[in-house]
Design a protein around this ligand. Structure first.
Ligand code: C2E
Ligand code: CA
Ligand code: CA
Length: 683
């Protein structure tokens, strides 16, 4: 339904409302007026007709009230038009009914009554304006029949006044029509405005509802959006946080990695990588100022032995303490680094002369040779230091460090706890040593190692009393390599343990084979072996396994071993003695053996070093020394063996001094098993 139609219906309904609204009062007024009129003329000659008229009028008026009531009930405006039609007919009937009034007046013929009724009549019509003007058809239906009849009646009288009255009535009717039309338009306008307003309000209400719905929808969307944004923001924050965390972790990991890459975990010192970097840096800055850089390569003496005998925990603690002692000796700006294992390196920057390095090296050897107290152990180490100076001893950091390393090895070879400046040619030696060390690793497996046995002879009787087992190494490339050369290598790289055990077993086999013909065989033990954990048990196992007479086995130890680690040596010696083996003190006279050791340790044999024997026949001092040693050993009831007797003169001299057991080239060089030994016994 369009607005236009809608407003039409609304206006008609509005008119009907006004119309039906007054139906009741108008109906009652009509009835009253009709009754008054009847009362006026009922006494006249047409009283009979008048009462019929009154009944009809009353009936019509009741019908009018009935339609009015129906119209009032018609709230939904559905039956407006049929009701209006019915009302129209009733009003028309009423119009005709009232039209009978002038006719009846005329019949009555009483001018007073007629004038009076005329008045009522006009008043009734005037009153009708207010009620029937709402709907013009009703007004017309009411007025037109009456006026037509009235004018007709006046015309029939045919006098001047009645003509005049007829014209006046016609004009009155027209004026009323105009007036009613006017009122009606105003009503319609008002109704239209009201309807429009209502519609507007409806529209506005609709709009408000729509808007509030839209608003609600918007708010919902906004809330959803905000929720989504919040959610997303939270996600982003989370993501951001986890990214940040990941980044932090990564940075930390990188830092850790960088630290691990550049620093030694145990000591916290720069490692080799950072060391090389620092050397590079130091050489370039010092070169600009035309100054020198010293690189000191520090090797801890006897570290491997301590690590093996006391365990890695003690070894680690020792390295830490050694590192802090080194740090204490340095100026700010100098670097201590750990090159690896038991090796440290020190960089002294911008020095004027190599003497500075020498002073530092001396301090270091002194500092590191002072005892360490670790886990209840008193530990003695030392430092071998190699010094390389930039720019003379190497171009790059690598080379400089190598030179210092080389010099350190030389210091070690020289007996340790000392320093050595790098010198040209050292590198060559070190390379050769490395080559040899490499070959040595495979020597045992390749069968390049074997034992030889040097007889010990009682010069008084000429009888063989024992053999010293000595190791030999013949390498296809290097040829014969003396034990003096490779035993220190074996000690340094720790292979001495396995090689030492191999020697013990090989000697056991030799004794078991009977080739030694019941003579005692002595085995050399090196310093590192002496502190090897479980060596005593190993020897016991071998003796048991080969069912050897332990008294046929002698072990040779050196004085320096006793000094290095007296406690351990004592334990080992006691164990071996308890087993029934004998102990010889090798190279006697070259070390600083306290005489009390000999008795305290229950030494069976002392071997007087070759250096006291060579040329003894022509050297009064040597003679005195050897005489004193022999005398002392005899009084302590210790056997003595004279080493290195090469000439009959030397033999004669030694014999004259009371030395009887001789081990020397004069009698025999060390012999190979088999033919050489057989011919020795058959000599
Ligand atoms: P050492 O224990 O003092 O051994 C004696 C060395 O003197 C042996 O040298 C021997 O061949 C040599 N010699 C014996 N008589 C004479 C002589 O009249 N004149 C000369 N000039 N030399 C003589 P070698 O076999 O070269 O051994 C050298 C060192 O190597 C040994 O000194 C010993 O300390 C070590 N060594 C040798 N074999 C072994 C071994 O099986 N185990 C261990 N731990 N060390 C060994
Ligand atoms: Ca020896
Ligand atoms: Ca010796």
């Amino acid at each position: 339904m369009s607005h236009q139609q809608n407003s039409g219906v609304d206006i008609l309904a509005g008119q009907a409302k006004v119309l039906f609204g007054s139906a009741y009062s108008a109906g009652v007024a009509n009835m009253g007026t009709a009754l008054v009129f009847y009362l006026l003329i009922m006494q006249s000659n047409i009283g009979g007709y008048a009462s019929i008229w009154l009944i009809v009028m009353l009936a019509i008026s009741v019908a009018r009230v009935g339609v009015g009531i129906q119209g009032k009930k018609n709230r939904l405006k559905e039956r407006t038009e049929p009701l209006l039609r019915r009302y129209f007919v009733i009003i028309l009937l009423l119009g005709f009914g009232w039209g009978f009034v002038p006719i009846m007046q005329y019949q009555v013929g009483i001018p007073e009554i007629r004038d009076f009724s005329f008045l009522i009549y006009l008043g009734l019509i005037a009153a009708t304006i207010s009620t029937l003007s709402a709907w013009i058809p009703a007004f017309v239906a009411f007025v037109l029949p009456q006026f037509t009849i009235l004018i007709g009646v006046l015309m029939l009288e045919q006098n001047t006044f009645s003509y005049f009255a007829a014209v006046a009535m016609a004009i009155f009717t027209l004026l009323m029509l105009v007036s009613v039309k006017h009122i009606n338009r105003r009503l319609i306008e008002t109704l239209a405005l009201k309807s429009a307003n209502l519609r507007l309000i409806e529209d506005l209400n609709g709009e408000i509802v729509r808007r509030s719905e839209v608003q609600k929808e918007l708010e919902r969307h906004q809330a959803e959006l905000e929720g989504a944004v919040d959610e997303r923001t939270r996600e982003l924050v989370d993501i951001n946080e986890s990214l940040q965390k990941a980044a932090d972790e990564r940075q930390q990991a990188e830092e850790n990695l960088r630290y691990a890459e550049q620093y030694d975990q145990l000591t916290g010192l720069p490692n080799r990588i950072l060391l090389l970097d620092r050397i590079k840096h130091a050489t370039s800055t010092s070169a600009r100022e035309q100054k020198m850089v010293a690189v000191l390569f520090v090797g801890v003496d006897r570290f491997k032995t301590i690590n093996e005998s006391l365990g890695h925990t003690v070894g680690d603690a020792l390295l830490k303490q050694a590192a802090s002692r080194l740090e204490l000796l340095l100026r700010e700006g100098d670097t201590v680094a750990r090159n690896g294992g038991d090796e440290f390196a020190i960089i002294l920057e911008r020095i004027e002369s190599p003497n500075v390095a020498e002073v530092v090296a001396r301090k270091m050897t002194k500092s590191l040779s002072e005892s360490f107290d670790i886990a209840g152990h008193t530990i003695h180490i030392g430092a071998s230091i190699g010094i390389a100076i930039s720019p003379s001893d190497g171009d790059g950091p690598q080379q400089l460090l190598e030179s210092a390393d080389t010099a350190m090895h030389r210091a070690k070879q020289a007996g340790g706890n000392s320093y050595q400046f790098y010198a040209e040619g050292m590198s060559q030696e070190v390379r050769e040593r490395l080559d040899m060390e490499n070959k040595l690793r495979f020597a045992a497996d390749l069968g390049e190692l074997f034992m030889v046995y040097q007889p010990q002879v009682d010069s008084a009787t000429g009888k063989t009393v024992g053999f010293e087992a000595l190791i030999r190494w013949i390498n296809p490339e290097l040829g014969f390599v003396g034990p003096d050369q490779f035993i220190p290598l074996l000690e340094e790289n720790g292979m001495i343990h396995s090689v030492g055990e191999w020697i013990i077993k090989d000697v056991a086999r030799f004794i078991q084979s009977g080739e030694s013909q019941g003579c005692r065989v002595s085995i050399n033990l090196s310093a590192r072996q002496c502190s090897q954990v479980g060596l005593g048990d190993f020897i016991q196992d071998v003796v048991d396994a080969f069912e050897l007479d332990p008294s046929l086995i002698e072990f040779e130890l050196t004085e320096s071993m006793l000094i290095d680690d007296f406690d351990r040596s004592t334990v080992l010696i006691n164990k071996l003695k308890k087993m029934g083996c004998t102990i010889a003190l090798d190279d006697f006279g070259t070390g600083y053996t306290s005489m009390s050791y000999l008795t305290r340790l229950n030494i069976d044999v002392i071997k007087i070093d070759r250096s006291f024997v060579t040329g003894i026949d022509s050297d009064e001092n040597l003679r005195k020394i050897v005489y004193a040693i022999i005398g002392m050993s005899q009084s302590l009831e210790i056997e003595n063996v004279i080493e290195g007797v090469e000439t009959p003169e030397e033999l004669a001299t030694v014999q004259s001094l009371g030395g009887n057991i001789i081990q020397g080239y004069l009698y025999s060089k060390p012999l190979k098993r088999g033919e050489e030994l057989e011919s020795w016994f058959n000599r």
